[in-house]
Write a protein that binds this ligand. Structure first.
Ligand code: MN
Length: 208
């Protein structure tokens, strides 16, 4: 039985950057629906029942064909949102020295990296999807995915920072102004979490 992460902060904790109404609907309606639907689908696939969500999403080709699309969308929604809600915090955090040095290996500084993420998320993604900071071939990279897909589908499990670019993530407060939403999202990023994920990925030898 897959469960949503417990939110480590209250719905209004990220105000004024991310508003309480958006947080509540996003977590209690959207994320709950992905989770419930994913659980119903997994029940129908015995070989998936003892797997974690990441393994399931990386093995969708083994699912019965009629369930594959559903598992991809609902499972992706479940997995991505757990990562997403955990990637935000009202606390002030900073990238660790190790993450910072990896950022500097590619960009001038963290702001330059976030600028690329901003431009990618608002300029290169058409329709609903996600922008990601990932670790790939030992270095950091910004990529996009459509719908509830993620870099997992390209066999990259090293998801460091997800940015939800579905309209439900920002439309209540920001309407069509997704550029402001992204800028404000950057102010609540949990860099401790992002750094921890990078350490974990390096430790697991998932740098490729
Ligand atoms: Mn969402």
């Amino acid at each position: 039985m897959f469960e949503r992460i417990k939110l480590p902060y209250s719905f209004d904790a990220l105000e004024p950057h991310i508003d309480a109404a958006t947080m509540e609907i996003h977590y209690e309606k959207h994320h709950k629906a992905y989770t419930d639907n994913f659980n119903k689908l997994v029940e129908k696939v015995p070989m998936f029942q003892n797997m974690d969500a990441r393994t399931i999403l990386m093995n969708l080709d083994k699912a019965p064909e009629d369930l594959r699309e559903g598992l991809r969308n609902q499972g992706g929604g479940y997995y991505n949102h757990n990562l997403f809600f955990e990637s935000m915090t009202p606390e002030e955090t900073e990238p660790t020295d190790r993450l910072l040095s990896m950022i500097k290996a590619k960009w001038e500084n963290t702001d330059a990296m976030l600028l690329e993420m901003h431009e990618t998320a608002t300029g290169k993604l058409f329709g609903s999807g996600w922008a990601w900071l990932v670790l790939e071939n030992g270095g950091l990279k910004i990529v996009i995915s459509h719908n509830q897909d993620s870099p997992l589908q390209q066999c990259n499990p090293n998801l460091l920072l997800p940015l939800d670019m579905w309209e439900h993530a920002y439309y209540l407060k920001y309407r069509n102004d997704k550029k402001s939403y992204v800028k404000e999202f950057f102010k609540v990023v949990n860099w401790d979490k992002v750094s921890e994920r990078m350490e974990q990925a390096l430790e697991n030898g998932f740098s490729g």
